[in-house]
Write a protein of this length. Structure first.
Length: 429
């Protein structure tokens, strides 16, 4: 069960403009604003560290903020880019120009593995070309088995692993991670390892568009190495003025599934006996099989993510008539077919919460960007009304995750909570 506590720190004097003084570059780095950097360093709550490392220092915002708080610490910075801003006038900074993801980095910079008190990091959000070094980095950090194929691991996870290698036991890591790390089903095993083998102390969801020129959603994570604990994770949200929301205290079992504040906050309403999740009333949830290219080549109108009509006055719209086909034509198509009574929900793209519609009659062929949801007749109208109402729209928005285009997994939708006017009973399905 989730519980709520009051926040400790707020930063109401910070302006929205400061929050958005961030950008990206060809190396996939999204630069950190001063407000975010200050929050990350402050919330690490690290006392008198001797050595702090910043791998992938970028423009140095995190290191500059670290220098303000940990005045006597040695600040070791590393970046592949030789254009690191050396005009910060940090007397206790030692900068190295190297590839951060080299398994022998510790020998190159003269810093022993397992010796660092604190690490700060804003890793790049890119898939980097696979190198043999990566396997050693992941293995040393205990993260080699988090994905079915080790070569699918992105730079963000590799940076986490490299930081863990440098940290001593009970050393603390403060980093900024993309939304998928904390909310994506793909990274469930990663979250399980981080939560069970280390201690995730804090998670702070950052406002969307915190980085310039991107809608990427990101989070601050504070982690203590090899300090596993059964204590709940403190999860917060940073508001646009820099202040922090009330805290959610999230049990480890819940945190393994998802750790993003917006989603967790929306789940609190589940504790009412009047609410149920879609899996309670779902008879079928499937997606189409036709790609965007298949849709363009088809002689039949295939319903795609761009074909949803707008939701007006919270009313669930019908699928446009040109997409309704006969049963005879539907059996000739190699894709999922929606039929009378099904609810269509967009699977991937932008503004997902606004893409819901109903099949009033006939059959509709679906692309792989569209789910068809079939629920028990007794709950069909209530589900449609809730999905298109203000509360449901807000909850769908919180449910979607992803760095660029947002998406819903099947598991996400099945766990979606519907507010009901009557006490839910499985006998009413």
């Amino acid at each position: 069960m989730l519980s709520i506590a009051v926040p400790i720190y707020t930063y109401p004097e910070k302006a929205v403009q400061q929050l958005r003084k961030s950008g990206t570059d060809p190396l996939g780095r999204y630069y950190t604003s001063n407000v975010v950097g200050c929050t990350l360093v402050r919330e690490m709550n690290l006392r008198s560290p001797r050595v702090i490392v910043d791998l992938g220092v970028g423009d140095g915002v995190l290191t500059v903020e670290a220098a303000k708080i940990w005045k006597t610490a040695k600040l070791v910075t590393v970046d592949i880019d030789s254009n690191f801003n050396k005009q910060t006038n940090l007397t206790n900074n030692c900068h190295h120009t190297h590839d951060v993801l080299n398994s022998k980095l510790h020998t190159q910079i003269g810093l022993a593995l397992g010796s660092v008190d604190g690490a700060i990091c804003n890793p790049p959000y890119i898939r980097t070309r696979w190198k043999k070094d990566f396997a050693e980095i992941l293995e040393d950090a205990g993260l080699s088995g988090i994905l079915p194929s080790i070569r699918d691991v992105g730079a963000d996870v590799l940076f986490i692993a490299q930081n863990l290698r440098f940290l001593r036991s009970s050393g603390r890591l403060g980093l900024i991670v993309p939304d998928g790390i904390l909310a994506g089903e793909k990274y469930t095993k990663l979250r399980k390892i981080l939560l069970n083998e280390h201690r995730v102390d804090r998670v702070i969801e950052l406002p969307r568009r915190i980085f310039k020129k991107t809608d990427a959603k990101a989070h601050i994570v504070i982690l203590t190495k090899k300090a596993s604990s059964n204590q709940p994770v403190i999860v917060e949200r940073m508001e646009l003025d820099g202040s922090l929301s009330a805290r959610l205290l999230v049990p480890i079992s819940t945190a393994i599934r998802r750790l993003d504040y917006s989603y967790l906050e929306s789940q609190i309403a589940l504790e009412s006996p009047h609410n149920y999740v879609l899996s309670d009333v779902c008879e079928a949830l499937t997606r189409g099989q036709l790609s965007s290219a298949d849709v363009r080549r088809s002689n039949t109108n295939i319903f795609h993510s761009t074909d949803f009509p707008p939701i007006v006055d919270n009313y669930c719209p019908n699928v446009p008539k040109p997409f309704i086909i006969s049963k005879a034509k539907s059996v000739l198509l190699n894709t999922a077919i929606a039929q009378t009574g099904d609810i269509l929900i967009c699977r991937v793209g932008r503004n997902l919460e606004q893409k819901v519609c109903y099949v009033p009659k006939g059959f509709v062929a679906l692309s792989d960007c569209v789910y068809k949801l079939r629920v028990g007749e007794a709950y069909r109208q209530e589900v449609m009304d809730f999905l298109c109402g203000d509360s449901g729209q807000n909850r769908l928005k919180a449910l979607a995750h992803g760095v660029g285009a947002k998406y819903f997994s099947k598991e996400d939708l099945l766990s979606f909570a519907v507010e009901s006017d009557k006490v839910f009973s499985l006998h009413n399905k």
